[in-house]
Design a protein around this ligand. Structure first.
Ligand code: M6R
Length: 608
């Protein structure tokens, strides 16, 4: 995730900014940069890679004005490179901007600016900001920023430097955090208090649509529409480790709780609601090739494989295209049949998984066009595919994948709509799915609000050494993913099964020592899942149900129930995954496991 930091005061500005950037390293980044106001110019230094590289490139000199801004970038638009790193300068070199977030209408703004003669130096969405601000500058940087932000759709946390106003930093926020730190004869500003907490513990948090005009000895907070606002000053009493995890005990828990935002980031700017269709870049075909696609193979590993299985249900059910899902490790050594109109999808959070990469190369060798769904921009898989979509989940630090899974599902839904609306899927159904997707972040928040209830259930079951997860249809892969989460972080043996398959073997395991997690949310086959639960109960199994709000009768049948809000069936895997992540997390904590770094596992599996 990108990080921003700014300083104005009397200390050596480069030292403060570099220390701030180092404090943000834990968030993940691929490049970094710094801009200092240096009398006659804004001097910018950027580097791809580690902050140590940047540090080496910064000239050893004393600046007269100790005012500057800096950034760690985690690529979303444009590969990790020196040119795409922030800060970005305006065409006249007088405005420098660092930006976190996504400018959704950057393509339109870029075209407009190019028509006015502006040439761009990067592939980023962010670069439109300094150019726009410079266009509007007429003696007041505060007003120019306000005007520019009126043109912008999307999310931003920004810091702005202006050569003609060398005593000011402007900060503004919409959707990406900005916090200002108050010092004595100095001010700090950052995306994250960890960057500034070693200098001051007095902070002011900007809310969405607010900005700050920062000087060495004073600051003014106001709305983006120029109304002055008096804000409370908070005193921080967290330590650095607590701050990095945003107060959560583990990165995994933090990432679970980030899902309302990460789900939104995955669909942001990608819906054409009135047409019931998605707008995804990176589809590697012309329109006639796209219409001819008659078979899809999806290749992945681990959690990404389970996301792919949900993709199979989505694409077959909604877009009516035959889909096969393959473990990458198997695909690479088989003799897969690639027909002329087959498209191969590869799904990988890291974009570096060795098996998935080898399978992708095999598919391309056989002539397939390959579409990638990855999280890490510029990763090997992202570079080697013919096209694809990023899930924009931000860095996932916990080894167990959580937010990446739900974001992969969002992108798969958008891909399904793109294929579905070619012919089979009606506009009305497309609109219904998009509306449901738009409501999801709020519904996910409702599930997260039940964390304490889920923790109590985990308390009851945390000492058992086995568990069975059952689901059907769209939620069969969710049962597999729930079981994987439990086994990888708590070392409890867990299996996922299609609920009806239980009677063909696993039912022999059922007794009072085998907790069964049953996904029994509203669906076309809910009655059949209920029958499967009855089979478990008849054999003294204990059942924890994930059920839809309003289903009162399920309480009589099951030992424990976690309710989730009602959603349309294709979206149910997203909402139903959240309680399973929390359940696994709490059990792992209660069993004293190293949740963020489970034994024997790596975040990115780059060996065969
Ligand atoms: O980065 P990828 O999505 O390609 O990784 C695939 C698997 O290694 C990964 O999902 C793994 O199963 C995780 N530990 C799941 O939590």
């Amino acid at each position: 995730m990108c990080g921003i930091v700014g300083y104005i005061g009397e200390k050596e500005v480069t030292r403060i900014l570099l220390e701030g950037l180092k404090r943000l390293e834990y968030r993940g980044y691929d490049s970094a940069g710094i801009a200092i106001l240096d009398n006659a110019e804004i001097s910018v230094v950027k580097e791809k890679g580690k902050i140590a590289e940047l540090e080496r490139s910064i000239p050893q000199k004393k600046y007269e004005n100790n005012i500057g801004i800096a950034h760690t970038r985690w690529a979303t638009h444009g590969e990790p490179s020196k040119a795409n790193a922030h800060p970005h300068l305006s065409f006249d070199g007088k405005i420098a901007v660092v930006h976190n977030g996504i400018i959704e209408n950057h393509a339109i703004l870029k075209k407009r600016l190019q028509a006015e003669g502006v040439s761009f130096k990067s592939e980023t969405d962010s670069e439109v900001l300094p150019h726009l601000i410079a266009k509007y500058y007429n003696g007041s940087i505060e007003k120019a920023v306000q005007k520019a932000l009126l043109d912008v759709e999307g999310t931003f946390g920004i810091l702005v430097l202006c050569l003609d106003e060398p005593e000011v930093i402007i900060g503004a926020r919409h959707g990406s955090p900005v916090v200002l730190g108050i010092g004595h004869n100095e001010m700090f500003i950052a995306s994250d208090i960890s960057a500034i907490v070693s200098y001051t513990r007095n902070v002011v948090y900007l809310e969405d649509n607010e900005m700050v005009v920062l000087k060495k000895n004073q600051y003014r907070t106001l709305s983006l529409t120029a109304t002055e606002i008096i804000k409370e000053v908070h005193e921080i009493d967290w330590n650095i480790e607590q701050i990095e995890k945003a107060g959560f005990e583990h990165f995994m828990l933090k990432e679970i709780f980030e899902q309302p935002e990460t789900i939104q980031n995955a669909f942001r700017g990608r819906m054409l609601m009135d047409e019931g269709i998605s707008k995804l870049g990176g589809i590697p075909f012309n329109s006639s090739e796209f219409h001819k696609v008659d078979r899809i193979i999806i290749i992945a590993c681990g959690t990404s494989y389970y996301a792919s299985l949900v993709g199979e249900y989505l694409l077959e059910d909604i877009a009516e295209i035959p889909v096969e899902v393959e473990y990458a490790s198997e695909f690479r050594y088989r003799n897969p049949i690639i027909t002329p109109n087959t498209v191969v999808f590869v799904i990988s959070q890291s974009g570096e998984t060795a098996d998935t990469l080898a399978a992708l190369r095999e598919a391309r060798r056989k002539g397939a066009k390959v579409y990638g769904i990855t999280n890490v921009v510029g990763s090997t898989i992202a570079r080697e595919t013919d096209g694809g979509a990023y899930i924009h989940a931000g860095p996932e630090i916990g080894v167990a994948s959580t937010k990446a899974f739900t974001s992969q599902l969002v992108v798969l839904i958008l891909v399904t709509l793109a294929f579905g609306r070619r012919s089979r899927l009606s506009r009305d159904k497309g609109i219904r799915i998009l509306k449901g997707l738009k409501e999801l972040p709020e519904k996910v928040r409702e599930v997260l609000a039940q964390a304490e209830h889920i923790k109590k259930i985990a308390e009851k079951y945390h000492a058992y050494n086995n568990a069975l997860y059952l689901g059907r249809g769209y939620n069969y892969p969710v049962a597999l993913e729930g079981a994987l989460k439990l086994k990888e972080i708590s070392y409890v043996h867990a299996e996922g099964y299609p609920a009806a398959e239980m009677k063909h073997g696993p039912i022999a395991l059922i007794d009072e020592n085998m907790p069964v997690v049953a996904i029994v949310t509203n669906s076309s086959i809910i009655d059949k899942v209920i029958s499967n639960i009855q089979e478990v109960k008849a054999r003294k199994g204990q059942v924890i149900a994930i059920a839809t709000e309003g289903n009162a009768s399920i309480q009589e049948l099951c030992d424990d129930v976690i309710y989730v809000p009602d959603v349309i069936e294709p979206l149910s895997p997203i909402i139903n995954t959240i309680p399973l992540q929390l359940f696994a997390y709490y059990i792992a904590v209660m069993r004293d496991c190293t949740v963020d770094q489970p034994r024997n596992l790596a975040k990115s599996v780059t060996v065969e």
